[in-house]
Design a protein around this ligand. Sequence first.
Ligand SMILES: [Zn+2]
Length: 65
Amino acid sequence: MKINILLKYLPKILIEYVLFHEMVHLIERKHNEQFWRIISRKFEDYEALEKDLFNHGFLIQKSGP
Ligand SMILES: [Zn+2]
């Protein structure tokens, strides 16, 4: 996913999460176990955050394999 200008309308925690998510993709391209392990080190409740993003119309999980 490209960092979208609409990001600025998201709650700060979600912006931080999206940026981190995209950063982790630089290390691990796919949404595999390793990917979510790195994510969960910083965002334990990433599943809830993904859900929040979905509710805001963001589907970053979709950009995976
Ligand atoms: Zn992703």
